[in-house]
Design a protein around this ligand. Structure first.
Ligand SMILES: *[C@@H]1O[C@H](CO)[C@@H](O)[C@H](O)[C@H]1NC(C)=O
Length: 309
């Protein structure tokens, strides 16, 4: 909770009242007209309805005097061959999203580290690999940007510098916080986040890796996100203030597609604001197929949508 309360000052969107109206209207619409498809259409248009994930362009201020080195760290499809049907079905996703990341990184001059899943420590579910992979690369770049495999850059015109600037509010690397997260209805999300080169970050990643009691096998959850949530939730307010930022808008770099299921309709009614802040809409920087089963189908659908024909 401390993390929620301590955020850097943000520019309030001008269209706040219209937002509030919409937030009130959406659940009402659902109550009176059980029309989840209509909600899907409306939510998909969130940005044209006035939502702002990124403050209006201030690129010139976002550019630091010194050019910072960024690395996008993600999973590759190497090492998956010959693993049977399940490995192969995941393989299409990894190959497609890794290609998307490669193009984005090349366009902006960022490095890309795509690691084979499970290569880091086969003793834990692959999702845990991120912790050691980031730890091993932490000293080589100013910032690392972790990307789960089921994520796609949907607006490559947006730079990582601009995203960080919008959260941190300045471009002084030495005075920056170390961990930049987003939160969804479940709390902070480990699928996409930034971590800065620092002693604090080294200790943070070691602590995260050491939360062995959170490791889970055999379900859709592997425990790494729960461990992250636990650690961030137990920092002192002072430590949170100095080292952690949670983006005010989840859609800044971690948007989720809205699919008309009972669960998402329930969330829309009871957490309209969280849904609104995180729903994937045209123009968003990145989409994350969190919790969706058909990752392969979603990946090709979104890649088709964003590729100019
Ligand atoms: C993590 O665990 C290792 C091995 O038990 C220990 O040496 C190290 O000090 C721990 N680090 C942190 C930050 O908890």
């Amino acid at each position: 909770m401390a993390a929620r309360e301590r955020r850097s000052p943000h520019h309030r969107p001008r269209l706040r009242h219209r937002h509030l109206l919409l937030l009130l209207l959406l659940p009402l619409l659902l109550l009176f007209f059980p029309l989840p498809p209509l909600s899907a259409v409306l939510l998909r248009r969130a940005n044209s309805l006035g939502r702002r994930c990124l403050p209006l362009a201030d690129d010139h201020r976002a550019l630091p005097g010194q050019r910072l080195s960024f690395s996008i760290v993600t999973l590759s499809d190497e090492g998956l061959s010959g693993r049977g049907a399940r490995g192969r079905s995941f393989r299409g996703v990894l190959a497609a999203t890794a290609r998307n990341k490669r193009a984005y990184a090349a366009a902006h001059g960022y490095s890309l580290a795509a690691l084979p899943p499970g290569a880091v420590d086969p003793g834990r579910p692959p999702a845990w690999s991120k912790v050691l992979a980031l730890r091993a690369r932490l000293r080589r770049h100013h910032w690392l940007f972790w990307n789960d495999a089921d994520t796609v850059v949907t607006n490559p015109g947006i730079s990582l510098e601009r995203i960080l600037f919008s959260v941190i509010g300045h471009s002084d690397f030495d005075a920056s916080p170390d961990l930049i997260l987003t939160e969804d209805v479940n709390g902070v999300n480990a699928g996409l986040f930034f971590i800065r080169r620092s002693k604090w970050s080294e200790r943070f990643l070691d602590t995260w890796w050491n939360h062995t009691s959170f490791v889970q096998f055999g379900s859709t959850k592997s425990g790494d996100n729960a461990a992250l949530k636990h650690i961030v939730g137990h920092l002192s307010p002072e430590e949170t203030q100095a080292h952690v930022r949670i983006a005010k808008m989840q859609c800044l770099f971690n948007s989720y597609p809205w699919v008309a299921t009972w669960k998402s309709v329930h969330r829309l009614i009871f957490h309209p604001s969280t849904t609104w802040k995180g729903v994937y809409s045209d123009g968003d920087f990145m989409v994350h197929f969190a919790g969706l089963n058909d990752k392969r189908g979603w990946t090709s659908k979104v890649l088709r949508e964003i590729t100019p024909s």
